[in-house]
Design a protein around this ligand. Structure first.
Ligand SMILES: [Zn+2]
Length: 130
């Protein structure tokens, strides 16, 4: 055993002079603020020649045509809407293939129903499935 016990008292690490700290940035969190109060914008849907709200269902609906003023049963065209594509994409991911992709396109509930007058072929409105 050599008694070469060195003085291992190492030098303390030199203190780094801290730079002068500027004022800390204000921690404005985006999530801590009060909820923005949305100004109420009244959307006035002006529908001329419309004495009452036309309640359009997902299927042919009997009503009075505002154009030709005849009692008609609407002719419905089903067109794929955005949800059709979303459901289709979702089924594609879930099923792992495109076997189920066509299903939403065959489902009326996934399509927007466009109502037309069979007499004057006026577009009467559309009904989105909810
Ligand atoms: Zn009509």
């Amino acid at each position: 055993m050599d008694a070469t016990m060195e003085n291992k008292m190492g030098l303390p690490p030199p203190y780094e002079p801290l730079p002068p700290n500027p004022a800390p940035p204000p921690s404005y969190g985006f999530s801590t603020g009060p909820p923005m109060e949305q100004p109420r914008t009244e959307v006035v849907t002006s529908q001329p020649l419309n004495p009452g709200p036309i309640v359009l269902g997902p299927g042919p609906t009997g009503l009075q045509c505002p154009k030709c003023n005849k009692s008609i049963v609407t002719r419905v065209d089903y067109v794929p809407n955005n949800r059709t594509h979303i459901v289709s994409a979702g089924l594609c991911v879930i099923a792992g293939c495109c076997c189920g992709c066509f299903v939403p396109y065959c489902m009326k509930s996934c399509k927007t129903a466009n109502h037309y007058c069979p007499k004057c072929t006026a577009y009467l409105g559309s009904a989105d499935p909810s």
